[in-house]
Ligand binder design. Structure first.
Ligand code: NI
Length: 210
């Protein structure tokens, strides 16, 4: 992999991830209430359920909920379009995995949920998600709606101010695989290759109709 392990966990850059988290937690509503370490602990040891309902807006401006994806596997990824490295790498792998799955790949719905809804408007997502896969759905929403779904999926995210007054978003970048009923199956770590995703997903695809 091009990036080292730490960079693959946090987009905003290696060491910042653990050190900044406690200081920022709880300041603003548009970020995780819990620290990165707490959230990672929950996810690593399955201490709490992962996933849940959402009602968001897609890149075409249409309202979408998790319920419409029942009957398909969901591959859910959280990130933001200005992410310089990790998000595009993982989204590329997701897109490639779907292609490699062939026709059976239609049973998998890839979903990208932004953790930067202020900048990632629907129209902005419309320019971004098609670069990775034609079936990739990009979702945005209010800061509250995004926080709710990120909390449900045990995603850590927090704004990190940059020197020029701009900001980046620190976030965990696991790729969640959900079953046909919307329940959590597990996660792929950031940096998982397309081939590895295919190996794991393919046995879960139904045989094609004859
Ligand atoms: Ni990212």
């Amino acid at each position: 992999m091009r990036q080292n392990k730490l960079r693959s966990i946090a987009c905003a850059g290696a060491g910042l991830w653990l050190t900044l988290a406690p200081a920022l937690a709880g300041d603003a509503p548009a970020q995780s209430a819990r620290s990165a370490a707490e959230i990672m602990d929950i996810l690593m040891w399955n201490r709490e359920p992962v996933g849940g309902p959402f009602a968001l807006t897609d890149q075409a401006g249409h309202a979408r909920t998790d319920k419409e994806f029942r009957g398909r596997l969901m591959l859910v990824y959280f990130g933001f379009t200005y992410c310089p490295d990790v998000c595009p790498t993982d989204l590329q792998a997701i897109g490639l995995a779907l292609d490699k799955l062939g026709p059976g790949g239609d049973q998998v719905q890839p979903i990208f949920i932004t953790v930067d809804p202020e900048r990632d408007t629907a129209s902005h997502l419309a320019e971004y998600v098609p670069m990775f896969h034609p079936r990739l759905i990009g979702l945005t929403g209010s800061a509250e709606a995004i926080r709710k779904v990120a909390d449900a999926y045990k995603v850590y995210y927090a704004r990190v101010p940059l020197k020029d007054g701009d900001y980046t978003v620190d976030h965990t970048a696991y790729i969640y695989l959900m079953d046909r009923g919307g329940s959590y199956l597990g996660f792929f770590p950031p940096g998982t290759s397309a081939d590895r995703m295919v190996e794991i997903i393919r046995p879960r695809l139904a045989a094609p109709a004859r």
